[in-house]
Design a protein. Structure first.
Length: 136
């Protein structure tokens, strides 16, 4: 295991904390619903809806930026051979938001050796999206 913090037991604590923190074994998805989109600029928008984490649902808004579109190669397997299906159009987006973990019932924390805590109240979420246009 990498020694990111210089101590194996701290690394093990952090890995356990992440699993406990988000209850990953129980809640494997972060569903959302009630999505609304408001354009705020040429390449920017705000996407609002409800986010559920650990069974707790809260409203959330994400700042979304359109990064552009481009053509890329596309290959598909057919009969055990890879076939060039020509370029496919892709579009890129990034979405960011910040939530208070306590709003979702995430309260685990541990103090550090020299004061402070391992986890802050605010959690930054960044979502990178690459969409591929389906020609069908």
């Amino acid at each position: 295991m990498p020694q990111a913090f210089g101590r194996a037991n701290r690394n093990a604590t952090l890995i356990c904390a992440v699993q406990t923190f988000w209850t990953l074994r129980t809640f494997r998805r972060l569903p959302s619903k009630g999505i609304r989109v408001a354009l705020t600029g040429g390449h920017d928008s705000v996407v609002s809806g409800e986010l559920t984490i650990r069974g707790v649902t809260r409203p959330v808004s994400l700042a979304v930026r359109y990064l552009g579109q481009w053509a890329t190669p596309w290959w598909e397997e057919e009969g055990g051979k890879w076939v060039d299906k020509g370029p496919r159009l892709r579009a890129g987006f990034i979405a960011t938001t910040e939530i208070n973990r306590h709003d979702f019932g995430v309260s685990w924390n541990e103090t550090l050796d020299r004061a402070g805590v391992i986890v802050g109240e605010r959690v930054s979420i960044a979502i990178d999206v690459e969409a591929v246009l389906d020609r069908n």
